[in-house]
Write a protein that binds this ligand. Structure first.
Ligand code: FAD
Ligand code: SF4
Length: 500
């Protein structure tokens, strides 16, 4: 019997594996191995989402007539490769086949035991494509990769020119949220996953965040994932671009698609999501700035970060350009801070296992970097808390884009800001205990002093960066008294970070 391993993020029912039903020759294995459930402190919804979707996928395969062996957490299997070996030793499996894992760690671990590795048939690029595109270059440039992808796929192209004459419509995007504006409601599901949640309690798997097991909101199969896609294209794609960077009090989802979990588990394919958005543009249902902005995230960023991951691993996971060593404040795990923007981002993450990109990048990521937190701690936090978090996409986004721990391989400068940017893009400051316009003193927005302190501390590493020179010119013009006051305020913040 050939054993075919299906990982929790390989739930694509249209994979060519399933085109033939051969229950006497092929057995599909899905395994809830403890090591995969404990390599980071996972959010309850992340664990329920992955295991719930794996169980639903196994049911789907059985209904199609495939032979399936499912090992649940109750079987207490620790280590996946050891389990595969034991199945072979016991004669249950004569040869193992697997789809290429997306994580370096698993890829390495499975190579010695799997006899035949096949493509997961999901991505639009091969693992080495980004490295090949940038051969001989010191840094990776998303825009260059993205244009190559547009030309290669013909997506949003007219001949060899971009539709509309421009590659990028960001100038029309990045708008602040109009006062009183409401985004359409999200079509959440209501799965009863209480039995699964209890099983996880019984076997003692550590989790955090709200489980929402009684009415679990995320899609658990392809049909539901398609409903999320359809609802996004019909209701929210239209304003995706305009409000892509907005931050709004008590509004966690805005016009975002919420498709990352369905994409990363491969319930949906990137090409079909891109084509659905492009079709909406061609039918006149969504404007080009939104459609191009959305497609860029998937055709550009998603493929790009994956290519960087494969080009740079395993070293990438250890990079710490700024030599930051501090622990994350404990309120990263509770959301109990008086900083309104931060409390909202963390509390929403605890409640939904989701935060949109700007919350991840410009609120929590920005603050963690300004505070000098160790990238390992930050990686663990992001890898645990979000339902879509898988190392191949989380790590380049966190260590690279958000923390600049790679010294600029992925981004041309650190994504840090003072309170002014957050004030411009959000309405959080109006209900914050801190005052965004104050730079020093006990009520001043902590982002303000931390921003200058960060640049002062890392002057040797950043001053020569042409995109940051202006910051140092402003700092130097400030005068000693103001500089000292800012650094003293930052010092107080570093010393009393738990009380913010
Ligand atoms: P939308 O805003 O609707 O975007 C559409 C899709 O584009 C997403 O579903 C996603 O598949 C893709 N996309 C958008 N931005 C990126 C990006 N920067 N990199 C890769 N794909 C992107 N995304 C993950 O899928 N998993 C992660 O673990 C993850 N960790 C992140 C950590 C940090 C610090 C940051 C700054 C970003 C991270 N992202 C991650 C990227 C992005 O924030 C999420 O993909 C997005 O917020 C998911 O919500 P959405 O589906 O509503 O996305
Ligand atoms: Fe965030 Fe500062 Fe605004 Fe408070 S004042 S919400 S901490 S940016």
């Amino acid at each position: 019997m050939i054993g075919r391993l299906i990982l929790g993020d390989q739930l694509n029912p249209h994979h060519s594996w399933f085109s033939q039903v051969e229950p006497d020759k092929v057995c599909y294995y899905l395994v809830e191995a403890f090591e995969e459930l404990t390599y980071a402190p996972h959010h309850r919804q992340k664990m329920l989402g992955f295991l719930g979707a794996m169980r639903a996928f196994a049911d789907h395969l059985r209904a199609q007539g495939h032979s399936v062996r499912y090992r649940s957490v109750k079987d207490r299997i620790q280590d996946l490769p050891a389990f595969l070996q034991s199945e072979k030793n016991a004669g249950h499996v004569t040869a193992w086949e697997a789809q290429e894992p997306d994580e370096y760690r698993l890829d390495q671990a499975l190579r010695s035991i799997v006899d035949r590795m096949v493509s997961s048939e999901h991505f639009l690029t091969e693992r080495p494509d980004v490295a090949t595109h940038f051969t001989g270059k010191k840094t990776y440039l998303m825009e260059s990769f993205y244009r190559m992808m547009r030309k290669k796929t013909g997506i949003l192209m007219e001949g060899d020119q971009p539709v509309g004459g421009q590659w990028n419509y960001d100038a029309d995007n990045r708008q602040a949220w109009p006062k009183g504006h409401q985004a359409p409601p999200i079509p959440f599901f209501s799965h009863d996953l209480r039995d699964l949640d209890r099983e996880l309690d019984e076997v003692g798997l550590p989790r955090w965040g709200d489980s929402r097991a009684a009415a679990f909101p995320w899609p658990l199969n392809r049909e539901e994932a398609l409903q999320v896609l359809d609802a996004f294209v019909a209701d929210r794609l239209v304003h995706f671009g305009a409000y892509q960077d907005a931050l709004v009090d008590h509004a966690p989802f805005l016009y975002h698609s919420l498709l990352s979990f369905a994409l990363n588990t491969k319930m949906l394919q990137p090409l079909e999501v891109i084509q659905a958005a492009e079709d909406a543009y061609r039918r006149g249902q969504a404007p080009l700035n939104s459609v191009e902005g959305f497609i860029r995230q998937i055709l550009g960023w998603r493929e790009f970060v994956r290519g960087i991951y494969w080009a740079e691993m395993p070293e990438y996971g250890h990079l710490n350009f700024f030599q930051h060593e501090k622990p994350l404040p404990s309120w990263f795990y509770t959301g109990q801070t008086s900083m309104r923007c931060v409390a909202q981002a963390i509390q929403q993450s605890l409640s939904n296992a989701y935060a949109h990109h700007i919350q991840r990048l410009m609120v929590t990521g920005n603050l963690a970097l300004l505070l000098g937190s160790h990238p390992n701690e930050i990686d663990q936090w992001y890898l645990g808390i979000y339902i879509d978090a898988l190392e191949w996409v989380e790590q380049p986004n966190t260590r690279g884009m958000s923390q600049y721990a790679d010294g600029g391989k992925l981004g041309s400068k650190p994504y840090v800001s003072s309170g002014a940017y957050l004030h411009k893009m959000s309405n959080h400051c109006a209900s914050c205990r801190y005052k965004v316009r104050e730079k020093t003193g006990p009520d001043a927005c902590p982002f303000n002093a931390l921003y200058w302190d960060f640049h002062d501390r890392h002057r040797d590493k950043l001053e020569k960066n042409p995109r940051i020179g202006m910051v140092y010119r402003t700092w130097d013009r400030m005068g000693t008294a103001q500089q000292t006051a800012l650094l003293e305020r930052a010092h107080w913040i570093h010393e009393n970070v738990e009380d913010l």
